[in-house]
Design a protein around this ligand. Sequence first.
Ligand code: S3P
Length: 422
Amino acid sequence: MPLVFRGGPLRGEVRVAGDKSISHRALMLAALAPGTSRVEQPNRGADVMATRDAIVALGAVVDDRDTTIDVRGGALHDPAGPLDARNSGTTARLMMGLCAGHGLNAVFDGDASLRRRPMERVARPLRAMGADVNTTGGRLPSSVRGIVEPLGGEFQLEVASAQVKSAILLANLQARGPVIVTGDRFSRDHTERMLRRFGRDISFDGRTIALLPGSISAQTVRVPADLSGAAFFITAAAITPDSDVLLREVGVNRTRTGFIDVLQAMGADIALLDERELDGEPVADIRVRYRPLRATNVDGETVVRAIDEVTIIAVAAAHAEGTTRIRDAADLRGKESDRLTTITATLRACGVEVAEHPDGLDITGGTAHVPGRTLHAFDDHRIAMAVAALAAPLGDHGIDDGACIDISFPGFAELWSGTQRA
Ligand code: S3P
C-alpha cells in the first residue's frame, strides 16, 4: 500500500500508540502471574499481537477488548504447535527466556526478516542455566526445552541488549538463589520495572541487576505512550518551521531518552512538562517547537539509550547545520532491516550527503530536497515513519509500502495527517 506524506508544519495535541516494549512485558508477566491482570492502553501493533497470541498458545486466557487486555495467567503448558513471533524480535527472544525457565518446551519461528536476526545471543545464556536450546545456524527456527527450577547465579551480558537481559531475567524468575546480571550499559529497564510492579525484589542501576528469589501476583498496568512512536512527531516538529506539538503521557524512562538528549544538544526546543510516574514508569507531556538545529556527535551509551531512534536522529541531522557523526551503532545492522544501510539510501535519495561506516554514519545537513521518486520502506516500520518526518520540511513525498507501520503503530498515518491539519 503506497503512502504519501505531506509537507508542512505539525500542530496540535496527540497521544501516540502505547509503548511496545512495555506492552510485551506486561502481557508476559500477566501470563505468568496467578490471577487476572489487566493491561490498559496496550500497543496494538502486530509485534505485541504476536506476544498476545503466543501467551494464548501457552495457556493464558486472554480477553482482548482493544483498549484493555485482561489476562488470566499462572497455569502455562507446552504449546500445541510452533510459536510464531512473526516480525517481532522481542517476542522471540523474551519468550525463549520465559519458556526456558518455566519448564516449557516450544519451537519458535518468525517471518523472513526475523529469520535473519541473531538468536545465539539469547540461546547461549539460556544453555548456561541448563535449558536445552537449539537454533538453526544461530537463527530461527529454534527450539527450547525448559527447566523448572534454575539455580540462579551470575550472568555477564555479551551485548548491551535489553532483549538478552530480559530473556535471562524471565528465565530465572523461579531461580532458587539470587540472580545477578552484569555488563549492562543502560539498555531499557522495563523488564526490571515490570517485575517490581508484579511484586519482585529487584535492584538495577543501568549496569548491574540483582533479582532475589520470590513470586509474582496479578496486577493492573496502564501503558504509557511510546517515546519511539512519539520520536517521529518530535523530530518532524523540531525541523519544520511553524510547528508546535504537544505529545501526551509519553514514557520518558532515562534508558529510552537518549534521542531527546541528542536533539536538545542539536538545539531543539523540546520541553518535558508535568513529569510524573505511571505504574512504575516515568511519563511526561512533551512540547516541541521548531528551532534551527546544528550538528552533533552521537556514540557510546547514548546510542544504547536511543537504539530505535538512530534513524530519526539521522533525519534530524539531514536538516542540521554541519556534519553529525554517529558511531557505536553496529547493532542497527541486525534490526528489522540493516538500518545503517537503509537510512543511508533514504537520505541519499533526498540529496543528503551521507558516509556509511561499519558502526555508524556521517551526515551533512542542509542539502535535502524532495526525492524524484517514491522511497522504499524496506519493510521496516521505523524507516517508513522516518520518511514521514523527512517529508514535513521538504514537501509531499511517499513510500512504496506503508503496511509495515502496523508493526508498531497502527493508525499512524491518520494521526500524522491530523497534526498537519490542526
Ligand atoms: C527492545 C530492545 C531493543 C530494541 C527493540 C525492543 C525490547 O533491542 O531495539 O526494538 O523491547 O527489549 P535490543 O535489546 O536487541 O537492542
